[in-house]
Design a protein around this ligand. Structure first.
Ligand SMILES: Cc1cc2nc3c(=O)[nH]c(=O)nc-3n(C[C@H](O)[C@H](O)[C@H](O)COP(=O)(O)OP(=O)(O)OC[C@H]3O[C@@H](n4cnc5c(N)ncnc54)[C@H](O)[C@@H]3O)c2cc1C
Length: 489
């Protein structure tokens, strides 16, 4: 169905390639915020086109959040099956079939794409499959995937071109044809030894999933801890959990050289504090940061300026340096999450309707979908310190939460930051089962401006993980003290 619809678009329009076609709204890249802009504008009666070179619905749907969470859930089943005896269920030996893992993921992606195509049809936004580059302000030339070109001119232009995986400049790495997340989510075999370059959230999610499928996994991280942006206690707890599952993390490890081919055999030379080490692996996954898709698309011709890292320079209203051109999501340097790209859409939509919303005013939340997961909203201790904000800190081991005891999901902790001289909740972090769902309660309380004592005194249902919040917030130190940790109950 996808190919048929796309071909129709391409065929009908390729005929009039030299004649510029006029639209009221043009979106380059069909990521999360971009497609929402397009559907909204088209539904409001504006003639709208979206240009997408490959992924209908953007990376979240095709190669990032959704497929990775799909495969992570397959890996969790493998893990539970492997530990079933602990819960009293006796299994014979278990085996993982990566072809079925991939098929389940592909079927989900296909369902998502079909929904997107329905939305394009229902909204009236025209989806054009091809690569776009600007030739003049608000003028886009599209090289159609099915052949031919179209030239599109619009009153308002929205850039939502996203990012791609960075491949570090290390001798032999590129030639080894390493996997990125895109390729790793398409594997139908199990790597015998996966070497993951990068200890950020993409690397850790994939490392744990492959470990649970049965691979040996080594993480190479140049920083002195995993997830370098998190507080030290958070990094250390996550490293402890991953190491208990048999994942080896080499920290302060500089990758010097790579030989061989990923998918066959690879050799890596790494410099660590204890000297040079050789690692023999079967596959390499690179998860070492992102590069914005902003080069070679004529942004200079369009009058759109970039910052020194190549991201589109925007103000708090997501307006670029070119009049009537906005940027959305990762290419605009927004925090790299789907819900933030969606929020970028809401900010632009509301401002076009006369409001005055700014990206600076939003509360950013996120999850890392390891098991247990990590959830965070608002300030971390490190950010509070850097910003000179005095805080009180309360923390609670998950082992103290009765729901965690009952289900035997006792790893991790919760941590809350409260104003030193007022009772506002400034930040919340949790490593633990259902961390994202528990965080949503705190996120809501923060949006509503509730004092922490409201949560301390809330009768959360028993025995949920959220019940731990009343213990955590009961544990906030008095204003003269800065930190309290509840010991295991
Ligand atoms: C492995 C992985 C897991 C992730 N998991 C999560 C998660 O669990 N939760 C979460 O919130 N975030 C997650 N993210 C981040 C999330 O995927 C992105 O932040 C989100 O998809 C928003 O992206 P975007 O809207 O900026 O652009 P994208 O969705 O990346 O869309 C950009 C689109 O532009 C197209 N494009 C680029 N250049 C051109 C061109 N010249 N012409 C035509 N089309 C073009 C691309 O093909 C692409 O479809 C994950 C990322 C990765 C890599």
């Amino acid at each position: 169905m996808r190919t048929a619809v796309v071909s129709e678009f391409a065929y009908g329009k390729a005929m009039c390639m030299s004649q510029p076609e006029r639209f009221e709204v043009l979106v380059l890249g069909s990521g999360t915020g971009g497609k929402l802009v397009a559907w909204h504008m088209a539904q409001s009666g504006r003639r709208t086109a979206v240009v997408e070179r490959r992924w209908i619905g953007g990376s979240c749907v095709n190669v990032a959040c959704m497929p990775s969470k799909n495969e992570i859930s397959s890996a969790k089943v493998a893990h539970l099956a492997g530990h079933a005896a602990q819960y009293g269920t006796v299994t014979n030996s278990i085996a993982v079939d990566m072809a079925t893992v991939r098929r389940r993921k592909r079927e989900m992606v296909e369902r998502q794409i079909a929904r997107h195509l329905q939305n394009y049809k229902a909204s009236g936004a025209e989806l054009i499959m091809g690569s776009g580059h600007f030739t003049a302000p608000k003028t886009l030339e599209v090289t159609l995937n099915d052949g031919g070109t179209r030239v599109l001119v619009a009153d308002k232009v929205f850039l939502n071109v996203g990012t791609h995986a960075a491949i570090p400049n290390v001798p032999g790495l590129d030639a080894a044809r390493p996997l990125t997340h895109v390729d790793a989510l398409e594997l139908d075999y199990l790597p015998s030894h996966l070497v993951v370059i990068g200890g950020g959230y993409v690397g850790l999610e994939m490392a744990q999933a492959y470990r649970r499928f049965g691979s040996d996994v080594t993480i190479i991280e140049p920083g002195h801890r995993l997830m370098g942006r998190e507080d030290i206690d958070v990094s250390q707890e996550m490293q402890r959990i991953l190491s208990e599952e048999g994942i080896q993390a080499l920290l302060e490890a500089e990758l010097l050289q790579v030989s061989g081919q990923s998918g066959e055999r690879v050799g890596l030379v790494v410099r660590t504090a204890s000297g040079e080490q050789n690692i023999d692996g079967s596959d390499i996954l690179v998860a070492a940061g992102r590069v914005p898709n902003t080069t070679g698309i004529g942004l200079e011709e369009a009058g759109v300026r970039l910052d020194n890292r190549g991201y589109v320079r925007v103000n708090g209203r997501l307006e670029t340096s070119a009049p009537d051109v906005w940027a959305i999501g990762e290419c605009a340097g927004s925090p790299q999450f789907t819900h933030i790209s969606e929020d970028d859409f809401r900010i632009i939509r509301d401002n076009l309707a006369g409001r005055n919303r700014n990206t600076r005013d939003r509360l950013v939340a996120y999850c890392m979908f390891t098991d247990p997961s990590l959830a965070h909203v608002g300030l971390s201790e490190g950010e509070a310190e850097r910003q000179g904000i005095d805080v009180r800190v309360a923390s609670l081991p998950m082992n103290s939460v009765l729901g965690a005891q009952a289900t035997d999901q006792r790893q991790g902790f919760m941590k809350a930051l409260i104003g030193k001289n007022d009772d506002r909740i400034l930040g919340f972090t949790m490593i633990g089962a259902e961390a994202g769902e528990v965080m949503a309660a705190v996120h809501t309380a923060m949006l509503a401006g509730l004092s922490y004592s409201m949560l301390a005194n809330a009768a959360f249902a028993h025995p949920t993980m959220a019940e731990g919040l009343s213990l955590l917030f009961s544990n906030v130190p008095p204003r003269s003290v800065q930190r309290t940790t509840t010991k295991v109950a």
